[in-house]
Design a binder for this molecule. Structure first.
Ligand code: SF4
Length: 404
């Protein structure tokens, strides 16, 4: 049988219980294999029903199927077995402390060089001011990432964390992609392990999953040459997991990669999760070409987005969660994705500079109202449950909150 999280049960008003009464953790109980008209998908559904893992050929068969609803049906059987009717969200705030970056990834509309129009860097007071605003409204998480700043010393990042920790002890600090961690090893002359230990000692709570892009050397050399390669990214997360630091994972899809390369990427993530568990969530990031060097590319369609999310759910049974990051997939498609294997809609975000749907002229202010998130979830037939960064249920009374 597939390895599943204990399902979080919830009542219609959003109150969760620990009971599993009436909730099957067997995907077979949610599958209607006879209703699947694409015969190439039936063996895949049989595997899922039998608790077997999908292989590369299965991943390609899912991509090649034109029956999007059957793909969603199979993915949702796994999602329902793991999480029932719960859909998670959180109240968070992103801080992109600087867009000045030593690299120039072709897909990146965010980065600027020193002195270039639009280049910015926050000082620590600005970071603390933003965190104070988040803390005041009851956010549970600060998500901090930036470019590879060419001259900020490692001590600056340590001071930022310890300053945040001292001022806002309740806020979980989810900070720095594997790319930034690798950058820190270079500027500090420390190993990955030593960097992570130092960051944790200063307040790091967990790591986001950015910077993975697509684990393939061809894609790497074509689109993000100079960036950490897949083995380096995977090693940073492996070390983090060994240290007990929870992380997330991403795939940036819809640029120059093939569907086969996407499937291989997911299999590499699955293998690492087997070897060194610690991933919480897979977050497929839908590439938005506007404003990037790859602006001539068409970007993903809605069906491609739905398939990517569903296939992620199916290829990664050892990942507890699949998240639709509404900044990338849009809130409307994210709502639909709850029926395609997704159990998490991220959170309020508020300010986000890395991707703007309208490209370089888009608005940094990208905020979702909690009432709207909950309304979309309920309308889709699911139960909204606020979580903290580590997927513990949050009990909230206005700005006051605690973990259940
Ligand atoms: S993706 Fe990251 S590393 Fe690459 S240019 Fe953008 S900010 Fe720099």
């Amino acid at each position: 049988m597939i390895s599943l999280d204990p399902p979080a049960m919830a009542t219609r008003d959003g109150e969760t219980t620990t009971s599993t009464i009436g909730q099957s953790s067997n995907p077979a109980d949610y599958l209607d294999i006879g209703s699947i008209s694409d015969m190439s998908l039936r063996p895949i559904a049989e595997k899922i029903a039998g608790g077997k893992r999908l292989d590369f050929a299965d991943g390609m068969a899912l991509w090649n199927s034109r029956d999007i609803f059957a793909v969603g049906h199979i993915a949702n059987a796994v999602r329902e077995a793991m999480h029932g009717r719960v859909a998670y969200y959180n109240i968070n705030r992103h801080i992109n402390y600087s867009n000045i970056c030593a690299l120039s990834c072709k897909f990146c509309e965010f980065q600027r060089k020193r002195g270039e129009e639009g280049a910015y860097e926050y000082d620590l007071e600005k970071v603390y001011q933003i965190a104070a605003e988040a803390d005041k409204i009851g956010a549970t998480e600060i998500h901090i990432v930036g470019g590879l700043h060419p001259w900020l010393p490692f001590e600056w990042y340590l001071e930022m964390l310890s300053g945040l920790r001292a001022r806002f002890p309740r806020l979980h600090l989810k900070c720095f992609t594997a790319i930034e961690i690798d950058h820190f090893t270079k500027i500090s002359k420390l190993s990955v392990r030593e960097v992570l230990i130092a960051l944790r000692e200063h307040g790091l709570g967990s790591m986001p999953g950015g910077g993975a892009e697509v684990f393939d050397d061809r894609v790497h050399d074509e689109v993000f040459k100079g960036k950490l390669r897949s083995d380096g990214w995977l090693n940073v997360h492996k070390v983090a997991h060994e240290l007990g630091i929870a992380t997330n994972a991403t795939i940036l899809y819809g640029h120059v990669e093939t569907r086969a390369e996407r499937v291989n990427h997911l299999i590499k993530l699955r293998e690492l999760q087997d070897a060194a568990p610690g991933f919480q969530t897979i977050i497929p990031l839908s590439f938005i070409p506007d404003g990037s060097e790859l602006g001539h590319l068409p970007g993903n369609t809605g069906l491609e987005d739905m398939k990517m999310l569903a296939i992620s759910r199916l290829m990664l049974p050892n990942f507890p969660h699949v998240k639709a990051f509404w900044i990338m997939q849009s809130m409307k498609l994210s709502q639909v994705s709850l029926n395609f294997g997704v159990d998490d809609l991220d959170g309020t975000v508020v300010w986000y500079d890395i991707t703007k749907r309208e490209g370089g002229h888009g608005n940094q202010h990208q905020e979702q109202d909690v009432a709207d998130i909950r309304r979309l979830v309920v309308e889709a037939g699911y139960i909204p449950v606020e979580r903290d960064t580590l997927y513990r249920r949050v009990i909230r009374n206005g700005q006051d909150w605690h973990v259940a």
